[in-house]
Ligand binder design. Sequence first.
Ligand code: 4AD
Ligand code: MG
Length: 430
Amino acid sequence: MVIRVEEAAAHVGKEVEIRGWLHNKRSSGSIHFLQVRDGSGVMQTVMTRAEVSPQAFAAADGVTQESAIIVRGVVRTDARAPGGHELLVRDLHIVHLAEPFPITPKEHGVEFLMDHRHLWLRSRRQHALMRIRAEVIRAATEFLDRAGYLRVDTPILTPAAVEGTTTLFETPYFDLGRAYLTQSGQLYNEAAAMAFGQVYCFGPTFRAEKSKTRRHLTEFWMLEPEAAYMVLEEYMEFAEALVCAIAAQVTERRRAELGVLERDIAQLEKVRPPFPRLSYDEALARLAAAGKPLPWGEDLGGDEETVISSAFDRPVFVHRYPAQCKAFYMQPDPTRPEVVLSADLLASEGYGEIIGGGQRIHDLRLLELRLHEHHLPPDVYRWYLDLRRYGSVPHSGFGLGIERTVAWLAGIEHVREAIAFPRLLNRLYP
Ligand code: 4AD
Ligand code: MG
């Protein structure tokens, strides 16, 4: 019977077959210890000369790291084995003898590993990261589904900018001129929210961002909820509940993976409501006190976010940014029109912004004025303006960056390891 390594506990005492790859090997005379990886886990197997055919034993002598192999044997409990089980091998079949594998247990530089990302994914560390990523996405979408948000996916090829025109990727588009790879599904989400009340989209988004930092990808995945009638305070409460649900589910269900990454679980257990809420002005005062003054009107950069977020043991909202440093669609604060009803969520431990969002302009005239001020061509936003013509209501939404969230929860240095095949300013390969 073929089993997956993760199912071993249910097959103790039985003969099973595992199909996978050789992760590692240790031999001493008449015994081979083969670590077999099948994608669900790594199982230690023990092959003794006395218990297998001479051919099988000889095959194990010559098998190389990452060769494709099928092992048959009996599962037994062994507290010393990783995972608590090992396999007493009866037979070994080599499906493909691998060439010398470029990634060995010795230390490699990051650029070398990134060039071999297609092979690097086989490592224990990358397994842990991809499973944490999948859990983040599962937790987030389950939370939104439970909350009654309808998933309505939005287009990737679009005629217009969402987050400013300087970070657009362009592509020729038949007789229609050019198209842009979407920076955010938000504008379409707003149309969907006016149709369905509460919606979200989830997909890849693109920024031709000339930033070479540990937080920037040119292609990243964003989860974007949007709700009609939702105001700024309600958005912050909802985003806080979402982030707490994600952190709790990852901590509970991906404990083993967090262990592989040596993540300090105690930090994740602090991710509980309420998150502190700072106004932009309060954030500036803190920056000044920390010796990092920022002129009023400028957006917080990575360094500023690190200062603010390091000061709290849980994520912190910064709200009411100056209108001049935010996108065209942001609703001004009625009591103070030079600031907008926006809020970013900065993750703890210095990780910085993982969510951007806020309340949208719902007044037609004001939105027209903003498009004009931002030099955006009104004709391609005609449909978007229509939303302010036919039953316009206050509404809010936000975008949660998946890779930044994964990097934070997993406690890794750089977002490049939070996605299987990262796209960076200087990297399109593999
Ligand atoms: O703050 P941003 O630009 O907001 C929007 O795009 C809104 N339209 C979303 C909305 O309201 N529906 O991006 C949202 C999040 C950021 O907080 C960050 O987590 C992530 O997307 N993000 C990036 N992640 C990796 N690399 C980049 N270059 C990113 N740019 C934004
Ligand atoms: Mg932002």
